[in-house]
Design a binder for this molecule. Sequence first.
Ligand code: SF4
Length: 589
Amino acid sequence: MHIAVLRRDRCHPKKCNHECQYYCPPVRSGTPTIEFPDAEGQPLITEKLCIGCGICVRRCPFGAITIVGIPDELEKEKVHQFSENSFRLYSLPVVQQGKVTAILGQNGMGKSTTLSILAGNTIPNFGNFREPPSKDDVVKRLSGTVMGQYFRDLYSGRKKVVLKSQYVDLIPRVVKGRIRDALSNADQSGRMDEVVSLMSMEGVLDKDIDKCSGGELQKLAISVALLKDADVYLMDEMSSYLDITERLRVARVVQELARDRTVLVVEHDLAIMDWMADAVHIVYGKPGAYGVITEQKSTNKAVNEFLSGYLREENVRIRESSIDFQERTLRRDVNAPVLVSWENVSKTLGDFTLRARSGSIRLTQVVGVLGRNGLGKTSFVKILAGIMQPDTGAVSSTVRVAYKPQYISVDYAGTVADLIGEALKERSADTFVNNEIMHPLQINELMDLEVEDLSGGELQRLSIAITLARDADLFLLDEPSAHLDSAMRMEAAKVIRRVMENNRKSALVVDHDVYFIDLISDSLMVFRGEGGRHGEAFGPMDMRSGMNMFLSDAGVTFRRDQQTKRPRINKPGSSLDRSQRESGEYYFS
Ligand code: SF4
């Protein structure tokens, strides 16, 4: 069967000639496959009459139509559809007390809809959006299943659910005052002191919420959820803005919570999800059109299948090629010419001091940067970019730099196409830029959208694309994986590597996602110090030395998966963890 999805925000029937209807072959032979019920309104596509030729998709001047062929048997799994020609969700995850269950997959495939259904905010209609079922109908339809009992308890009020939103940066708009007050107001369980200690929030309790960093807002949102007295905790993207130490802390808290509660997480950091979750549902489909939630899989199997791009039981390919990790500690020609170097750099900003003794980045080298938040990584990037001047020391500044900041401004009135045209000029028509940067980062589908309407992930993709497309020698990318889903992170890693290898360029990439850093880096810089007080930059050094330095600070060991060579966090206290610690090999045995 074919499903037709109309992006209503992109469809402008007053600005086109109804090309979708005019060129539709069935319409031309008298079958009303596409109609305009309201003369001024948007089209209605009758899916039963559609032959799936895709002509309307190609003819629509605004790219508003998606036609997808899906197996007929999926129809009986349909859980929700908002309206005619809209997104639909197939199947639901199974959540159980005593387990951390995770959802893994691309954005735009129904994770938010799923969370909304599980929270009781959306009543699943099983596709019957014209006459939506009642809560009793939902319970009856699912009776005899684990989730039937879940919804019976939820709708009767016996089960309380807390949903931690992914949009933590919106908190200052709706919550005013100090962190202490927000936590105190949320405390239904009398566990404020315990949660503050678990989340290591002692030092920021008196901070005004509107002055909090992204990481502090994330920890506030998680703490507020933990303080609620609930049976089910739905945690949407907990690692955004957090460094790896904090990600591990949150993962431990969630594992502890799941001992006697039900926990579902949506997580894009694969290393953290792999370590934290007991079971995983992969979601696949087409962003904005449909999403299918698979049966539950073991975490290891789910991550391996996700990286391979092929779901065995479902017999579905979710990506054209696999994402491959490499087992090597020295990845680049260490004798390549030096592109940029620095010597005895220091910078004082208020109470904080940054030092970087000496180092260099060589031609075609990709240097990953790891370290806790508040140690001056962004300041160092700004010094290399020439945006900030050091107090002492010097940077050889003969190279042209392209810089993607950590926080991306949306202060631009115009479409994505306008912005790209202005930023890149004639380079926006370059074949390499289009084929190797814009296409894999899926920028073409954003072209007609207003920049101010883009989501965080879309803005990040656009910002990475524009930075990589610039004519520069050194590319400085500050937290490029933030707001991207796992699939897009892996794709962005490939793009960054390809640009550097094909064009013989160099990059310095600050990020907290170990998979991302492992995929792109030839060597590492590590930042050490005391957050907000002082930070010191070490390296660049080879991957093995850098990871050992960083992970010994973080107190965690990694091994490589036998099958895929991907990094995996060792269980604390396991024999592998102990033997790696003893030998000082925190990264791979
Ligand atoms: Fe008509 Fe082809 Fe579009 Fe279906 S895919 S609505 S048949 S033009």
